[in-house]
Design a protein. Structure first.
Length: 137
């Protein structure tokens, strides 16, 4: 998959009360959920259902490193675009560049580099990404 040549995948998210602190500003840990949902939907768009991969191939994907830059806050009722772009693939790992953008004004709220490992579902040991997943094009 030549992910670096493609436009980033985008997933629309709305900010709800449950995502915010008492002041109506998105709580910092909520951004992690937004990024995770976008990566999961990116996988689904690739035809990869994580529960099926676990059941049939015995592997799961886990985040092992994340670098976040908080640029601006999101607030209650904001509509966000969570983008996902795979920037590298190794035998048992993927690296993604992700952003959270406010739809109303296009401002970048969060920039993230996320590193994901493929591990065995039973022992959580690194294992090569199955060949039939995320093929290079």
């Amino acid at each position: 998959m030549s992910a670096t040549a493609r436009a980033p995948f985008s997933w629309r998210i709305r900010v709800y009360w449950e995502d915010t602190d008492a002041g109506g500003v998105v709580y910092h840990a909520s951004y992690l959920r937004f990024l995770e949902r976008a990566r999961s939907e990116w996988l689904r768009a690739q035809g990869i259902e994580q529960a099926r991969v676990r059941a049939e191939q015995g592997v799961v994907f886990v985040v092992y490193a994340m670098d976040l830059k908080f640029r601006r806050p999101a607030v209650l009722d904001d509509e966000l675009d969570a983008t996902v772009r795979m920037v590298s693939r190794r035998a048992a790992a993927l690296e993604f560049a992700q952003t959270l953008l406010r739809v109303a004004d296009g401002s970048t709220l969060v920039e993230a580099t996320v590193r994901v490992a493929c591990v065995s579902a039973d022992g959580f040991r690194p294992t090569p990404i199955p060949r039939n997943l995320l093929r290079e094009s």
